[in-house]
Design a protein around this ligand. Structure first.
Ligand code: ZN
Length: 566
């Protein structure tokens, strides 16, 4: 069956709530450990078809946010979802209170119990109304982002389509594109500020009702941070400032020289090579075919995986009006099918859809057959980003297929980009800590904080002269800040692990790196992030020194391949 043929029906959440009430009662009344374990299996069988329908609705809504049918479906789930979530959590509470918990812990991965214990603290009947309102605000933001119709160079672009011009080899075009984008945000400033302000206040109110001092602790619980805390994260951010920021500053000086610019503005930042960054050759269809072929050649496992994705049309790749921005990988449990969403625009972004989202999809494919508990199919999100960000490196030998003789350039740009991304990701993370620790800040105060963090993490960027950016408001572009608080440092932690895979590839060859990747990925979500790393022989990126080693290797490579960028 193809994605388009998959039937959709609204999940009867009220009926499902009753089913979970019954499951909970039976868990409480279970007479044996076997009976309790069987109820966990029943929970998986009950949840999967519902989650498939909800994923279908969500995917189809993001493909066309103007389609009234799926918009109504999403509004329904946003409204009724929290009450259902509370019922599932209530079932978890019964699992935790079971007299057979000891036996269950032997049969199912310990991380599951850790996670549901955390989950139980994030929701209660008292906050359902606020959770609904939070969901609605998130939808307001997505709608606003999707509504952008920006006129540029005689074309009407959405935000994804406009992004192409931000990498244009001509400086004036880049500056123009950033300015047009900035003007869009500025025109809608009141809306963007209102939505965020309400989100911060709403989330703070929820946290307080649940007994937390502020939203930070709740945010960590929601993200399932089960093996490190905000102190570890703060140490990591400082390591990034110490180990990575100086290297990126040097890289940027080289870049300015290479581009022959008298000064370096932030709109010069994306263009690494004279004449522009390499773009995939050929049509969108060519990029798609090359991506499919790459996984067919890579290994027998990846061949099975990509053949399934291809034959079931589990992709929606072309940017179009009304489509949500960005890219993601989702999962349709009943079909054991990953799904990849993107906005092809003719830049290296299109290749990343295969190298990055492809890694997520492969991990989902690998987990699909051997997971007894749906909760343990995938790790927490930083663990998932290791799947994708490491795959970006493992695809290096195949980049000629996309870029032809510009593949060397693409590899060096990718590696440099992973380094310059780390400070940005840490900036997004520190910003959110400040915001949620000071929920009464005004929009202007938030912007001032962001501008101050720019100086700490990205001192090479000069934002003067472009509205919106110069106002310190550029954080409003970052979807996660609105939709998934504290989901961002995940990318930095994962990138640091992916750099370990890169290092292995350099030192021991591709096969050794791929084997280690599989050793990690094969575990699905059967342990905490740090547990999974340890079992696969990878280092904890928050441990002192870990970052220094990978930064050194990356810098060596970039120095040796300086010429590739000329
Ligand atoms: Zn990802």
């Amino acid at each position: 069956m193809t994605f388009q043929e998959m039937p959709y029906e609204r999940v009867d959440l009220a009926a499902l709530c009753k089913v979970y009430e019954d499951l909970k009662a039976r868990m409480e009344g279970a007479k044996t450990a076997e009976e309790a374990a069987a109820l966990l299996d029943e929970h998986t069988r009950t949840y999967e078809p519902a989650s498939t329908m909800m994923s279908l609705s969500s995917i189809r809504h993001t493909i066309d946010t103007e389609d009234p049918f799926y918009t109504a479906e999403e509004e329904f789930y946003a409204q009724e979802g929290p009450a259902f979530g509370e019922k599932v959590t209530d079932f978890y509470r019964a699992v935790l209170a079971s007299p057979f918990l000891k036996e269950l812990r032997k049969e199912f991965p310990p991380v599951f119990f850790k996670n549901i214990q955390m989950d139980a603290k994030t929701i209660s009947p008292a906050v359902l109304g606020e959770l609904e309102e939070e969901n609605k605000l998130v939808m307001d933001y997505q709608k606003l982002q999707g509504s952008a119709q920006i006129e540029f160079q005689g074309k009407v672009c959405n935000l994804s389509q406009l992004a192409v011009y931000k990498e244009d080899p001509q400086r004036e075009v880049r500056k123009g594109a950033y300015t047009a984008e900035g003007n869009f945000y500025r025109e809608h400033k009141a809306e963007y500020d209102r939505i965020y302000d309400e989100l911060v206040k709403k989330r703070t109110a929820i946290a307080k009702k649940l007994g937390f001092q502020n939203f930070v602790e709740l945010g960590y619980l929601r993200m399932g941070r089960n093996c490190y805390d905000k102190k570890d994260v703060a140490v990591f951010r400082e390591e990034v400032v110490r180990e990575i920021v100086p290297i990126v500053c040097e890289m940027k000086k080289e870049q300015q020289k290479r581009l022959g610019l008298p000064d370096f503005k932030f709109y010069d930042d994306p263009v690494v090579c004279q004449g522009g960054n390499p773009a995939p050759q050929g049509t969108f269809e060519d990029t798609y075919r090359t991506g499919i072929e790459m996984y067919r050649k890579m290994s027998p496992l990846t061949k099975d995986f990509i053949n399934k994705m291809d034959s079931m049309h589990l992709f929606d790749l072309i940017a179009k009006k009304g489509k949500m921005t960005g890219g993601y990988c989702s999962y349709l449990a009943s079909y054991k099918a990953p799904f990849i969403f993107a906005n092809f625009n003719g830049t290296s972004h299109d290749v990343e859809v295969f190298t990055h989202e492809g890694g997520h999809a492969l991990a989902a494919f690998m987990a699909s057959d051997k997971t007894r508990l749906r909760e343990c199919a995938m790790p927490t999100l930083e663990g998932c980003e290791v799947h994708s960000m490491s795959m970006e490196f493992l695809c290096w030998p195949y980049l000629e297929g996309f870029y032809g003789d510009k593949a060397d350039k693409a590899r060096a740009i990718h590696l440099g980009g992973t380094l310059s991304f780390l400070p940005y990701g840490c900036q997004v993370d520190e910003f959110q800590h400040i915001v949620y620790e000071n929920p009464d800040m005004t929009p202007e105060e938030r912007n001032a904080q962001w501008a101050a963090l720019d100086k700490k993490y990205r001192p090479w960027l000069d934002f003067e002269s472009v509205p919106f950016y110069a106002d310190g408001a550029a954080w409003q572009r970052q979807i996660h800040i609105y939709t998934d608080p504290f989901y961002y440092i995940d990318y930095c932690l994962a990138q640091s692990v992916a750099l370990q895979i890169f290092r292995l590839m350099e030192e021991k060859g591709w096969q050794a790196a791929f084997d280690q990747y599989l050793a990690y990925t094969r575990q699905g979500g059967n342990d905490t992030f740090l547990g999974l790393l340890q079992k696969a022989g990878l280092e904890n990126p928050m441990e002192k020194g870990s970052l220094k080693n990978v930064a050194w290797e990356a810098r060596e490579y970039l120095t040796a391949h300086q010429k590739d960028l000329d």
